[in-house]
Design a protein. Structure first.
Length: 161
């Protein structure tokens, strides 16, 4: 059975020992991955812990976003927050082991799905402004605005086509 987590629940897991992130609709527990791969490459993931990192990934391919390096004219991983675990280095180095199956494609790190909120946030200030304007239109202010429009021929009228 699939577990669902809210963004608030995900945000509580924001340290190296308890590191959760979400990518699109999946929630990943990266605590063990970070424990196994301590170092500079873990820093971007630790810094993003408890948040969505969907903007790091291409929604169609599921891989890290890429760009064309203008100097070398080759496709490179786009990592504005720094290279992270399982992303190849910019320059090929013989002593870096290539990873054929990166963590973001490994289902063992997926612990559930992001639950969308039942209710969306509604800003009542806009609603009250609407009500105030509606009242103005039904009352004297509407009559005043109508008279003002009649006095200015440059303003469009309702019956103008």
């Amino acid at each position: 059975m699939v577990k669902y987590f809210t963004e608030v629940e995900i945000s509580l897991h924001k340290n190296p020992e308890d590191c959760w992130v979400s990518i699109f609709d999946s929630v990943y527990n990266l605590s063990d991955l970070i424990k196994e791969n301590r170092g500079v490459l873990a820093h971007p993931l630790i810094n993003a812990a408890g948040t969505s990192i969907s903007h790091w990934f291409n929604e169609k391919t599921g891989d890290v976003k890429t760009y064309i390096d203008p100097v070398r004219n080759i496709e490179m991983p786009y990592t504005p927050y720094g290279r992270f675990i399982h992303v190849p280095p910019e320059d090929p180095i013989d002593n870096v082991e290539a990873v054929s199956f990166p963590w973001w494609k490994d289902r063992r790190y997926v612990i559930g799905k992001v639950r969308q909120p039942k209710y969306t946030y509604f800003d009542f200030s806009y609603f009250f402004i609407y009500l105030a304007n509606k009242k103005d239109l039904e009352g004297k202010n509407y009559q005043y605005a109508h008279e003002e429009r009649a006095n200015h021929s440059s303003l469009p009228r309702r019956n103008d086509k």
